[in-house]
Design a protein around this ligand. Structure first.
Ligand code: UDX
Length: 470
């Protein structure tokens, strides 16, 4: 640990979605280990995940009350409304609590780090004179995509599947290489709502004192260069943040999904992994928001079983559209427990993902390519099968499959033969071995970036100096 001298207090306000809480808490851990006192604002909505103060005894937590209660039903279909609702509901209480923090503080004015989705909080902080940076939890490429989207729409480049012919979806987006039209950011079906959301998020970034981004110059140097030149703001590429964090953020995520009657993460699956051969298991998880159609789910299940390879599958409540877990499992395959009893499959509602990806038994990861999962796969050198659903996941897939060449692209609609083929390719062929070798090379590159003298470590030092200078 370095730079232990007492530094300026940093206030952090994570957005209450799983893929946003984890990197913000990892950032808090990194800043704290370098001497910054930490205060976390959190919504009631995610208090279970964050305010386990025993995990973070030296942080101060401040709850921002709001009226949003049904967060576990949040999904890819309603996430934009949720973001709008939370911004609307939290503005006034955030103003009140931030003013209170300022009046309680004798030292220098603290700095604030906001998740990019908290676009209504930045003007509040400005009114109160609090210097504010924005944390972008996704990649630099995806932030470039946010910024470019309104102009691309005006040019008629639209990612909506309903309105674009197949050949147009395959066309390159010249402004955002290597993306194709089908890789552009897409959330829900309401184009105006998406445009308004990306404009507010991009404005939040533009009007901040600087951007902290969970990526590395070692991974996205051209994309970061573009961002820096387009925004003319300090951009601190301090990722992968989870590798900077000290325990508990380094291994466990702060789960929003308490599993009934068990620990919040199913640690039993680690014992099951212990009993499997090295690199034999496929780990399957589509993050915290994606939900699959019933037919895709059935094809996944049969493809997994027919591949004959062991697999650990996270089936989260809500991850199959409109179905409860028990009724979702295909009869005769999992419904009577055959695959599970024979030891070939382990199904959990939530897994300790970072530990799973580190395990010697894991040979591949079938992922939705959320940015955290993408970074977690790369930092453990695990090759991937990519099935993106929405938002930045299609763009992340393009990088994994075509730029870093560590993944197989497998888009919905799924079909059991293609699923089986992708799994066999990943786990049993020389092609899969080559992807693993490239993933391991990136693992080394990213580890070096976080070491003393590496670009992300330097960016973290620069960030600390910048925060002191504000
Ligand atoms: C969302 C969007 O889907 C994604 O596109 C965007 O990049 C970030 O916000 P999410 O779906 O939650 O993210 O996926 P991801 O970014 O991969 O984050 C999921 C986190 O939950 C990861 O840190 C992963 O380790 C953790 N996780 C997931 C678990 O710990 N256990 C699980 O069983 C599943």
């Amino acid at each position: 640990m370095k730079n232990q001298r007492r530094r300026r207090q940093v206030l952090l306000f994570p957005f209450p979605l799983q893929g946003h809480i984890n990197p913000m808490l990892a950032l808090a851990s990194m800043l704290h280990s370098r001497g910054s006192p930490i205060t976390i604002f959190h919504t009631h909505y995610n208090s279970g995940a964050i305010d386990r103060s025993s995990k973070h005894p030296s942080y101060r937590f401040i709850e921002i009350p709001n009226q949003v209660s049904n967060f576990r039903s949040s999904s890819q279909d309603n996430v934009l409304s949720l973001i709008r609702l939370l911004n609307d509901n939290c503005t006034e209480p955030f103003h009140r609590h931030l003013a209170q923090v300022l009046s309680d503080t004798d030292d220098d004015t603290p700095c604030l780090v906001l998740d990019m989705h908290w676009y209504k909080m930045n003007p509040v902080a400005k009114v109160l004179g609090v210097p504010t940076l924005v944390l972008r939890t996704g990649s630099a490429a995806s932030l470039n995509g946010f910024i470019a989207l309104p102009a691309l729409y005006r040019k008629g480049i639209l990612p909506s599947r309903a309105q674009v012919a197949e050949w147009e979806m395959e066309a390159a987006v010249e402004e955002l290489p290597p993306l194709k039209v089908k890789d552009m950011i897409a959330v829900g079906n309401d184009r105006e709502e998406l445009l308004s959301f990306v404009a507010l998020d991009a404005e939040n970034a533009r009007t901040s004192a600087g951007i902290i981004i969970n990526t590395s110059d070692a991974l996205e140097s051209a994309e970061l260069e573009k961002l820096r030149s387009d925004l003319s703001l300090p951009v601190f590429a301090v990722g992968p943040l989870h590798k900077f964090a000290t325990r508990p953020e380094a291994t466990n995520s702060s789960s929003l999904w308490p599993v009934q009657g068990r620990q919040d993460e199913d640690r039993m699956c680690m014992e099951w992994l212990d009993s499997q051969d090295p690199r034999s298991v496929l780990y399957v998880s589509f993050g915290s928001l994606a939900s699959v159609d019933r037919s895709d789910f059935t094809e996944m299940a049969w493809g997994l079983a027919n591949s004959g390879r062991p697999f650990l599958w996270v089936i989260r409540p809500g991850s199959v559209k409109g179905l409860l877990l028990d009724s979702a499992l295909p009869d005769g395959l999992f419904g009577n427990g055959t695959a599970i009893r024979s030891g070939i499959a382990k199904i959990v509602e939530w897994a300790p993902q970072r530990d799973v990806l580190k395990h010697r038994a894991v040979g591949g990861f079938w992922t939705h390519c959320g940015w955290n999962s993408t970074l977690e796969a790369l930092t453990e050198g695990v090759p991937v099968i990519c099935t993106p659903f929405f938002s930045d996941q299609m763009g992340n897939t393009r990088y994994m499959a075509d730029v870093w060449k560590v993944g197989v692209e497998l888009r919905v609609p799924l079909e059991r033969g293609r699923v089986e083929g992708a799994i066999r390719r990943m786990l049993t062929t020389g092609d899969g071995e080559a992807m693993r070798a490239r993933a391991q090379e990136l693992q080394r590159v990213l580890a070096n970036a976080n070491e003393e003298g590496g670009s992300s470590c330097q960016a973290a030092d620069d960030l600390l100096s910048f925060l002191s200078s504000l």
